[in-house]
Write a protein that binds this ligand. Structure first.
Ligand SMILES: [Zn+2]
Length: 354
């Protein structure tokens, strides 16, 4: 019953005469993997991580100079938060902003949805990825949830929330200072809509949640990472983007208002672990999406889901991995085998514990 998910892959080869090997014949391997829920293709290209790795590290001198430059007049630094960030309307929140620990929750000046909120996470203007502590991330999730609860009481039509992180310009952030965004709309974002539709169809034909089936199938396997406070962490078989992508599933919870502090801690500790791994690999930049079903209804067929990826380094070349294939052709590409990534993360976390 719990093993209805199939992991399909097709392996293709091509031959070239390689100038780096005195024009000897070289065989290259392309693995087409089908996402078991959506059917979307991700091509796993062995050896690609090695090829792109020079774009993933940072020019630390340049990075430090940008940190100093952007610190001047940063609206999110503690001395400016109360004068340079917007406040909520008085009838929504009399105090204007929500504070939890070092996190400040404020509306976004312009925004990306009818409800577009910022969680400013730290008093520090810049953090290395190893310094995103579980407490800092937890406070952001907690403050964001307080906002969602208030929103849910005042306006039932805005039902679909996501939390996202964009850290540093190479991850699409216009502001250096560590922050999360909470976007809430009357309609789901495209990916959430797709996942909900496919999850519903899976549930209707199999009588069981895809997400619980996936955990049951992956637990203890070659892509599985760890469990933390009701949250399961793994590397997806066919990643969305494929640059060090890790996934977390909150078991049995279909929307963000169903999460309790224990699960928020499970998410925060897991994100912090993955970011420490990224730091260890020399990365400085990342994105996270935390997706949710509608806030006014529990869905047996759906689960709160998180994806985290690393992004390119800060360099004068301005390399981006948002190129035509993933960005416009909507296909996935993984720069190494997901199983190999999972093995590296497990080894890193194992060493940390000892
Ligand atoms: Zn700042």
């Amino acid at each position: 019953m719990f093993h209805l998910i199939t992991f399909e892959k097709v392996v293709k080869y091509s031959r070239i005469l390689n100038p780096l090997k005195n024009f000897e014949e070289d065989i290259r391997v392309f693995e087409y993997r089908t996402d078991p829920l959506t059917g979307r293709n991700t091509t796993v290209i062995k050896g690609m991580l090695n090829y792109v790795s020079r774009f993933l590290v940072s020019d630390l001198k340049l990075l430090n100079s940008l940190v100093e430059k952007t610190r001047v007049n940063c609206p999110f630094c503690p001395e400016n938060v109360k004068t340079k960030t917007p406040m909520f309307a008085r009838d929504f929140l009399a105090e204007g902003r929500i504070f939890v620990g070092d996190t400040a929750i404020t509306p976004n000046l312009l925004g990306h949805a009818e409800q577009s909120i910022l969680a400013i996470l730290s008093r520090e203007h810049y953090l290395k990825l190893k310094d995103f502590t579980p407490k800092l991330i937890f406070d952001g999730l907690k403050g964001g949830t307080e906002y969602l609860e208030r929103l849910n009481q005042s306006d039932h039509s805005v039902r679909f929330p996501v939390f996202i992180f964009n850290y540093l310009p190479s991850a699409g952030s216009s502001i250096f200072h560590p922050h999360m965004q909470i976007l809430v709309r009357d309609r789901p974002f495209h990916l959430v809509k797709l996942l909900m539709e496919k999850s519903k169809a899976y549930y209707e034909s199999n009588g069981v949640s895809y997400w619980l089936s996936l955990i049951s199938k992956e637990k203890g396997g070659e892509r599985y990472l760890f469990e933390n406070n009701g949250v399961e962490w793994l590397v997806p078989f066919a990643p969305l983007r494929g640059l060090n992508e890790v996934q977390a599933i909150v078991k049995g919870k279909s929307h963000l208002l169903e999460l309790d502090d224990k699960e928020r801690l499970g998410l925060a500790e897991g994100i912090s672990k993955v970011l420490r791994f990224y730091h260890n690999q020399g990365y400085v930049s990342f994105n996270v999406i935390l997706t949710s079903g509608p806030m006014d209804e529990h869905l047996d067929y759906f689960s709160v889901d998180l994806k985290v990826i690393s992004r390119p380094g800060i360099q004068t070349l301005c390399f981006t991995d948002a190129w035509a294939l993933p960005y416009l052709l909507w296909d996935g590409e993984a720069v190494e085998e997901p199983e190999k990534l999972a093995e590296k993360i497990r080894a890193f976390l194992g060493k940390e514990e000892n």
